[in-house]
Write a protein that binds this ligand. Structure first.
Ligand code: HEC
Ligand code: HEC
Ligand code: HEC
Ligand code: HEC
Length: 475
């Protein structure tokens, strides 16, 4: 063999050996900002129920910028979907698109997603422009994970493995049909040792509570960063446990996890800052994400949903037990209760439907419930009614269905039924959380206060066409 060839080969062998044994040690340290959400729960846009409301992916987008950026890594830790209904799944597809527009690189599966069936999840996996990850959510029929366990992304010279896991669901929570959750420790025990040779850093997206996150750090030295989670509160501080940095966020898109690190030699992560920042109402809303929300509302308006079908609503009733009363509509109440009617008309409860119409949200089941009468019950508002009846926060939204009361009062005979007393708890069915200013009876009730008529009302109002022979009091 020619001497130069031997020399060249020797050099090549040395080069490969050095590269294998000291991979990337000489590579420059690199700053990376990891940005993450958890518990978005369908909040593509904030509902706008009161001013000063926080959150919404429209604002997250403004805060973190869009598209992929070399110095950042954006991921979601799970519970991005609101619920298991058909409209939640449609909405979730737009949320996936919003994540893609923001340059997210992985969506971990949380408990909310794991309540869907294996078949539904397979569809969402196909539709997602961003890879969905879960190492321990198993398809019962195949015994294999429904999603990829991990993916590897690059930042300069570094290979960063993103691994997804979720804590098993509680005994009272129902996992989706055809799914099994394996223990996180078992799957990670199998996966991490081999993954270590393919990646310089391992970032775990863990839908787990505080104790669960720490336990994972204690058990697996391979984990450089652990992002959570299924926590009650966003992290106050960045935690170091064993070899991992741990940070967690939650709160329905109102809090964004931000972890700044320097990546040096493999597995040498130096924290620069770790905090959870508020997605404040001062942040403007991104037009592209707002447009996705508008397209969702258009699609939902055109789509037939389970909630539109009274037969499916009937099924939720106790079998064999007939509903005591049905919703009669506020117009019939106002006829006999004119002073209560006047207060109601003048309050915003009497115009709550128009609020949704103005936002093109009047066909969105996420909104209709609190801005109409009895939505989701057999005799309540249905989307096919349009604006025709049972819109607004009506008399019966608070007092309950009144058909029997109306019938008995009109008949003028003995009253066998009475409305139940109402208190602050009834108001808080709608006036809670992000949907209301903090509720306080003493300041809220005066704005809508009403009661018995001063003068006893005519049993049958003159304004209403008599359906039977008029009955006059004392006649
Ligand atoms: C859980 C019940 C609930 C749901 C669901 C709900 N709202 Fe509201 N909404 C309220 C309450 C209560 C208020 C009044 C809050 C207050 O006065 O502090 C309100 C007020 C509003 C207002 C402000 C009205 C005004 O005149 O200032 C808008 C806009 C609104 N809602 C839109 C929506 C949209 C859009 C959705 C669906 C994404 C929605 N709401 C879903 C309960 C709800
Ligand atoms: C045909 C007339 C008539 C109609 C229609 C009517 N009411 Fe009444 N209602 C009365 C009379 C009369 C009373 C007893 C006097 C009073 O409390 O003002 C009464 C009493 C009430 C009370 C007091 C508690 C009770 O159970 O007696 C409530 C609450 C009430 N009505 C709500 C409603 C609502 C809500 C509607 C519409 C679904 C409605 N009413 C329709 C005539 C009517
Ligand atoms: C079915 C849901 C629902 C219930 C129950 C409910 N509200 Fe409301 N409330 C709303 C909505 C929706 C709005 C905002 C309407 C709008 O502007 O579109 C609102 C607005 C208000 C406002 C501010 C508007 C104004 O007119 O000053 C007050 C005050 C209020 N509600 C008090 C109460 C009280 C007190 C109760 C209980 C006795 C109650 N609400 C029960 C849904 C509800
Ligand atoms: C936001 C919730 C809410 C709405 C909407 C509402 N009410 Fe009431 N209503 C109450 C509360 C709270 C009381 C006082 C406590 C109670 O009677 O249980 C009350 C009291 C009454 C009373 C007197 C009851 C009594 O025993 O003295 C009548 C009558 C009445 N409402 C009729 C109506 C009519 C008619 C409408 C529609 C035009 C209406 N209400 C809309 C919450 C509401």
């Amino acid at each position: 063999m020619k001497r130069w060839l031997i020399a060249a080969l020797t050099l090549a062998v040395i080069a490969i050996a050095t590269w294998r044994f000291f991979p990337r040690t000489a590579a420059a340290a690199r700053d990376l900002t990891v940005l993450f959400t958890c518990d978005v729960r369908g909040r593509l846009v904030p509902c706008g129920c009161f001013t000063g409301q926080l959150g919404g992916l429209t604002r997250v987008a403004t805060l973190i910028g869009k598209g992929p950026q070399p110095g950042t890594l954006k991921v979601d830790i799970g519970d991005a979907i609101e619920g298991t209904d058909d409209f939640h799944q449609i909405e979730y597809r737009y949320i996936q698109q919003a994540f893609a527009a923001m340059g997210y690189e992985a969506l971990n599966v949380g408990h909310a997603e794991a309540r869907l069936s294996a078949a539904e999840l397979r569809k969402l996996k196909t539709s997602s422009p961003v890879p969905m990850l879960s190492a321990n959510l198993i398809d019962q029929s195949t015994g294999a994970p429904v999603f990829d366990s991990h993916r590897i992304v690059r930042r300069g010279p570094w290979r960063i493995a993103l691994v997804g896991v979720l804590e098993p669901l509680g005994t009272d929570e129902s996992l989706g049909e055809g799914l099994i959750v394996e223990k996180m420790e078992v799957v990670l025990g199998k996966l991490l040792p081999s993954l270590k040779s393919h990646a310089d850093f391992i970032v775990l997206l863990a839908f787990a509570d505080d104790a669960g996150l720490r336990n994972l750090a204690k058990q697996f030295y391979e984990l450089d960063i652990i992002l959570g989670g299924k926590v009650k509160q966003p992290s106050q501080d960045l935690v170091r446990e064993n070899r991992s940095l741990i940070l967690a966020t939650t709160n329905q898109s109102r809090a964004l996890g931000t972890l700044g690190v320097t990546l040096a030699a493999p597995s040498r992560v130096t924290p620069v800052r770790g905090e959870v920042v508020l997605v404040s109402d001062q942040i403007s809303q991104d037009d592209e994400i707002a447009a996705l929300a508008a397209t969702y509302r258009d699609e939902i308006r055109r789509t037939a949903l389970a909630i539109d079908d009274p037969a499916t609503l009937q099924q939720d009733m106790v079998p064999g037990v007939k509903a005591r009363a049905a919703y009669a509509g506020s117009a019939s109440c106002v006829a006999c209760h004119p002073s209560a009617g006047k207060v109601w008309q003048d309050s915003s409860h009497g115009h709550a439907w128009q609020t949704l119409v103005a936002r093109k949200a009047d066909a969105d089941p996420n909104c209709i419930g609190c801005h109409s009468v009895g939505f989701g019950t057999p005799s309540g508002y249905r989307r096919e009614f349009g604006a025709a009846k049972l819109t607004n926060v009506g008399c019966e939204s608070c007092h309950g269905p009144g058909s029997q009361h109306v019938a008995e009062r009109q008949a003028g005979g003995a009253m066998t039924t009475h409305f139940r007393p109402i208190g602050a708890g009834d108001c808080q069915k709608c006036h809670h959380g992000e949907f209301s200013r903090p509720f306080d009876w003493d300041s809220f009730w005066p704005a809508v206060r009403h009661g018995k008529e001063n003068a006893a009302p005519a049993i049958r109002p003159a304004t209403q066409a008599p359906a039977a022979a008029p009955v006059r009091p004392g006649a």
